[in-house]
Design a protein around this ligand. Structure first.
Ligand SMILES: [Zn+2]
Length: 297
């Protein structure tokens, strides 16, 4: 390794570390199966596990996991307030059915059906783009379908019911909706989006998007799993069934082209970091250390 390329590499690492630190500070932290830290978020780990289980082409898995977190980065943003530093709110592009959310005054059944219909239409888009020889667009739509379906596991009370098979079928739009299923309430562009006024099942208290996101996440089920772990497992199952069904609908040529797909969507920093807040601190320290070393004679 020549000194010049070592300096270049150091600079590159410093920039990557800064990008990660910025991402951890600025991007939505609390909404949906958390989409940070980049590369290792629950949404991405769920997707990678499901892709392996479904036999999704390994070369395209990296693009797929990036596509799955894109809806959170495109539709949500951190909008801190003095009394709520980690307040997350919706951008203009936000749609409830992209995240299996119930936005009052919509009811549970209406909101769930809208998400299941969106999952089907996003899968259909992915099939159409794949057939048209555009694997990058196909993967992007597959990511949207997976994101919405995965959010149904963490934004409902499915883990409290003993109806996993029926729930998976319903979330994929292949079975009737579950009677009485509750969805977490979310009210975009209000003072406290995660806790709509008077809501019986607010996102801020009942979402199971990260291991320690809410008290509900760490609550235990009778079988001793946490509700977060149960939601995670359900999301892997929904995702692998979605991918298996989708793969069965493409031919060998389309499958081969998938491996060449390059996702052209939102660029995300792609560096392995420990989980926050240690991750952010470590990234900043690494960036400073590398920047300092560069200046040394
Ligand atoms: Zn989401």
């Amino acid at each position: 390794v020549s000194p010049a390329s070592a300096v270049h590499r150091g600079r590159l690492l410093a920039w990557q570390a800064l990008a990660v630190a910025a991402a951890l500070t600025l991007l939505p932290a609390a909404h949906a199966f958390s989409s940070i830290p980049p590369g290792r978020s629950p949404h991405e780990r769920i997707t990678v596990e499901a892709a392996e289980a479904a036999g999704f082409p390994g070369e395209a898995t990296d693009d797929l996991r990036r596509a799955v977190v894109a809806p959170d980065f495109e539709e949500m943003e951190l909008e801190p307030k003095a009394d709520a530093p980690s307040r997350v709110d919706a951008r203009a592009a936000y749609r409830a059915e992209h995240h299996c959310d119930r936005v009052p005054p919509a009811g549970d059944a209406e909101a769930f059906n809208a998400t299941a219909a969106y999952v089907r239409s996003a899968m259909a888009e992915a099939w159409a783009w794949s057939a048209a020889g555009k694997p990058g667009d196909a993967v992007a739509w597959l990511g949207r379908a997976l994101h919405a379906a995965q959010d149904c596991a963490s934004h409902t009370d499915a883990v409290d019911r003993d109806q996993d098979d029926a729930f998976v079928a319903a979330a994929l739009g292949k079975g009737p909706p579950l009677a009485g299923l509750r969805l977490t309430g979310f009210a975009p562009n209000t003072d406290d989006p995660e806790t709509p006024k008077g809501d019986p099942y607010p996102h801020g208290a009942y979402a199971k998007d990260s291991a320690d996101g809410t008290d509900e996440s760490s609550a235990r089920l009778p079988d001793n799993r946490t509700k977060y772990d149960a939601a995670y497992g359900l999301a892997v199952r929904i995702s692998s069934e979605l991918l298996s069904e989708w793969l069965a609908g493409i031919d060998a040529g389309q499958r081969a082209r998938l491996a060449e797909a390059e996702h052209g969507g939102t660029p995300l920093p792609d560096v392995d970091v420990p989980s926050p807040p240690t991750g952010a601190a470590a990234a900043v320290l690494l960036a400073l250390a590398l920047a300092t070393r560069r200046r040394a004679p």
